[in-house]
Design a protein around this ligand. Structure first.
Ligand code: C2E
Ligand code: MG
Ligand code: MG
Ligand code: MG
Length: 292
């Protein structure tokens, strides 16, 4: 009797699981087709130096220009493929697209560092460095030192030694590394000690509430302090207002990215945006104050 119930139960869940597997399979097929059909786009979000008042770089952010559903963000489709090799094909498409764009900007006299987010599975491939070298060689107009890779601390979870070696090998080519969403990971401190990062990106969840939450303010301050003592560059993401920026500058963080500066935009809008960019008057004031 009990066994029968168990079997029935099993069949019940099994059918549900089958359906789930089918749905995931269909979603992955659709995503692969979108890649082949050229429905992916890169948007770019500026990174600025609030003190100097200039644009220092761009972060490439993936979008899916879906024929029926409109523009989809990466969180709406990347999680479905993160555990499959499709994430590697997508990642390589992103790298090529970003390098192609950098080549155009360089030709237009804009020497921006462009950062690309790299998924853990992609980064952990044994041939990551050799394939990246080959991709870089396709774009002779771009120096590797203009490319920055953003990785999550959790990318290193599985094999920190391998990740470390890959980072070193890339850095030998001139590529720099940012630890994205810094502070949200399990053991940010031990990664900081063991991974040769160049840049810390303060997670936007801390930045967003820093003006009305003391704890978040202290966390932001702690990350800035860490970056300073490890001689790393620090950038705040999720800077939604001028006031956030001013406070960050007071705390010693001059680099920022966020809706308060610019939203991610299609590549063809970037040059025009950059030509019109001027730092907030409050930031100029803060810069002169602390220089005095
Ligand atoms: P991320 O790398 O931490 O990127 C920052 C995200 O915050 C972006 O979301 C950006 O649009 C958003 N953002 C920027 N400024 C603000 C702000 O002031 N306020 C708020 N609320 N949000 C802001 P997006 O484009 O949806 O990307 C989400 C995540 O998807 C990224 O987080 C990154 O982890 C991943 N991702 C994006 N593009 C790629 C890609 O090409 N490859 C891989 N593997 N992952 C990607
Ligand atoms: Mg990022
Ligand atoms: Mg981030
Ligand atoms: Mg994030």
């Amino acid at each position: 009797q009990a066994k029968l119930t168990g079997r029935n139960k099993y069949h019940f869940f099994d059918a549900g699981l089958d359906e789930e597997v089918r749905t995931h399979h269909n979603q992955r097929t659709e995503i692969r087709q979108a890649l082949l059909a050229g429905e992916f786009r890169l948007y770019y979000q500026p990174k600025v130096n609030m003190r100097a008042g200039d644009v220092v770089g761009m972060e490439a952010l993936l979008r899916w220009q879906h024929p029926r559903r409109g523009v989809l963000g990466p969180l709406q489709f990347l999680p479905m493929v993160e555990q499959t090799d499709l994430i590697i094909d997508i990642g390589e498409w992103v790298l090529r697209q970003a390098l192609w764009q950098m080549q155009r900007w360089t030709a237009a006299g804009r020497h921006w560092i462009v950062s690309v987010n790299i998924a853990a599975r992609h980064f952990q491939q044994a041939d990551f460095v050799s394939r990246l070298k080959a991709i870089l060689a396709e774009f002779p107009g771009v120096r590797a030192s203009m490319l920055e890779l953003e990785i999550l601390e959790s990318s290193a979870l599985d094999d920190i030694e391998h990740v470390r070696r890959v980072m070193r090998a890339c850095q030998q080519l001139g590529i720099t590394f940012a630890l994205d969403d810094f502070g949200t990971g399990y053991s940010s401190m031990s990664y900081l000690k063991r991974l040769p990062a160049n840049i810390l990106k303060i997670d936007q969840s801390f930045v967003r509430n820093m003006l009305n939450d003391r704890d978040d303010l202290h966390l932001v301050g702690a990350v800035i302090g860490l970056a300073k003592s490890f001689k790393l560059t620090v950038i705040a993401e999720g800077v939604e207002t001028v006031a956030h920026g001013s406070r960050l500058m007071q705390m010693g963080c001059d680099l920022a990215q966020g809706y308060g500066i610019a939203r991610p935009m299609p590549a063809d809008a970037v040059l025009k945006w950059a030509a019109a960019f001027a730092p907030a008057p409050e930031w100029r004031a803060a810069a002169t104050l602390s220089a005095a």
